[in-house]
Design a protein around this ligand. Structure first.
Ligand code: AHR
Length: 505
């Protein structure tokens, strides 16, 4: 096999990485909140009931914006249930996940969680535009952000939060195109309510950043027309349009699964084209950015099977739902999705790994027990740490392989980021399941002279995973033989089915 090749040159760039590209998502779903981040009886819990072992892992993961409180959950969410003295908060039916929501963890606890994570953590609050509307959105905004002297801002202070929360980034609903969404709407209906909500919110604060709901996936029957209709109503009022995408090996087709980023990149390109088309029609100079606020590997059919068996009379508290345990193969696909996001850093301004703990998450916990890193933890933590700066334009000339879903796909999927201090980090995936892939990277004008590190996530067993019994079974290891010549040629060999990070200084 001939080597896969590409060139890096600081004259050819994509754009700056917005730190929000490394966002995540905490939904009131299963055990993401309860016994995930919040477990007052846990041996490591602080006085606020937050698990310190989980906080440490979330910090290590390096997430930035954290979307909350849903997801599908938000379309039944009454924000006022989730504030004030915990003992007075009502228990409610959560229709989205057929559970009972105790509201023991609410808005103030979420803000406390972010504060404990540190200054890189930013709130991203979703509004209920499924069963509620403009008035409730405004009330929540006033409660959260108004300094003082009104009924709702004073109520916040009386609840113990004197300082406003300062929530800047808001999602105008969730997956409103999906028939599964409580209060599902047509594009016209949603476009109207999103525009009315946005207009009113900007009367309180013109500087809020607003995300309009795009499609729940590129395969939705309304895809593209939905975006065009919604943006025609909201173009001047919102900043971002959302995208959601989940991938799994459909019909056990692992080769196509490994090329999932082909779909993700075309989804991004198509949304950019649609948004820019609306902008052109409106003769607007403004550009709408993308908020890829749910993305991950998710074995969706397992949830659909589970959902069929749910006893409709049963409304459990924090049941075990969507607790996918990720393999090395999953982590390679996951890394490739991260690469896709970075490759589009010029337009993807926000991205949220769905979700953070237990629910399709990079971190798993046991109630009363340990917390540990899934295989997907590692690509995310490495990219969040070293993928900061300017993305260089990477055009690969790669050997290919055949996939059922996407036809011929490149074996190599790669991106590179140049940090402010001049160091360059290459992120690369070898999608090939059997053969190692040699790569050659020509470096022009970057001034890098040495390989600091080549870290690889791969395993002789592609199905290896980290479990309660063996939480450290899979971890990145150093690769051998990676070299940089004096005239600027980087050579490396990527193990079969591997995620790689090569740092140059
Ligand atoms: O992340 C799980 C669910 O996936 C979210 O609640 C919903 O928005 C999406 O369908």
């Amino acid at each position: 096999m001939h080597p896969a090749r590409f060139t890096l040159d600081p004259a050819f760039t994509v754009g700056d990485v917005n730190p929000r590209l490394f966002g995540s998502f905490v939904e009131h779903l299963g055990r993401c909140v309860y016994t995930g981040i919040f477990e007052p009886d846990h041996p490591t819990a602080d006085e606020a009931g937050l698990r310190q072992d989980v906080l440490d892992l979330v910090r290590e993961l390096g997430v930035t914006a954290i979307r909350y409180p849903g997801g599908n959950f938000v379309s039944g969410y009454k924000w006022e249930d989730s504030v004030g003295p915990a003992e007075d908060r009502p228990r409610r039916l959560d229709l989205a996940w057929h559970s009972t929501e105790t509201n023991r963890f609410g808005l103030s606890e979420y803000m406390g969680f972010l504060r404990r994570l540190g200054p890189q953590a930013e709130p991203m609050m979703a509004l209920n535009l499924g069963t509620r509307g403009v008035a409730e959105a405004l009330e929540l905004q006033e409660y959260a952000n108004h300094p003082a002297g009104t009924a709702l801002s004073d109520l916040r202070a009386a609840h113990g939060d004197k300082d406003p929360f300062g929530i800047r980034l808001w999602c105008l609903g969730n997956e409103m195109d999906g028939p599964w969404q409580t209060g599902h709407k047509t594009a016209e209906e949603y476009g109207r309510i999103a525009a009315e909500t946005a207009r009113a919110m900007r009367q309180i604060d013109p500087d809020v950043e607003l995300v309009a709901c795009g499609s729940s996936s590129q395969s939705m029957p309304t895809f593209a027309q939905w975006e065009a209709t919604v943006l025609a109503e909201t173009y001047d009022l919102v900043d971002h349009i959302s995208l959601h995408a989940y991938y799994w090996p459909e019909d056990s087709d692992v080769d196509s699964f490994l090329a999932s980023a082909v779909d993700m990149e075309s989804f991004i390109d198509n949304v950019v084209a649609t948004a820019d088309h609306v902008g052109a029609r409106l003769k607007s100079k403004k550009r709408i950015n993308l908020s890829f606020d749910e993305w991950n590997v998710w074995y969706l059919p397992r949830w659909e099977e589970h959902a069929k068996g749910i006893d409709q009379r049963d409304w459990p508290e924090a049941p075990r739902l969507l607790e996918d345990n990720y393999s090395v193969t999953d982590a390679v696909v996951f890394g490739s999705l991260l690469i896709a996001l970075l490759r589009h850093a010029d337009r993807v301004a926000v991205a949220c790994l769905a979700q953070l703990v237990n629910v399709i998450a990079p971190i798993l916990t046991e109630p009363g027990g340990p917390a540990w890193r899934q295989t997907t933890f590692f690509p995310f933590a490495q990219a969040a740490r070293h993928g900061r700066g300017e993305v260089l334009d990477v055009r690969v000339d790669s050997p290919t392989y055949e996939t059922r879903k996407y036809g011929e796909a490149d074996l190599l999927h790669a991106t590179a980021v140049r940090a402010e201090d001049g160091t360059v980090t290459v992120f690369a995936v070898n999608r090939g399941r059997t053969a190692a892939l040699p790569i050659e990277v020509a470096l022009h004008g970057l001034g890098v002279t040495s390989v600091v590190e080549h870290s690889v996530l791969a395993d002789a067993d592609p199905d290896a995973r980290n479990t309660l019994a063996d939480p450290e079974r899979v971890a990145p290891h150093p690769a051998e033989g990676t070299a940089l010549t004096a005239d600027g040629l980087l050579t490396a060999t990527l193990e079969p089915l591997s995620w790689n990070m090569i740092r140059l200084a």
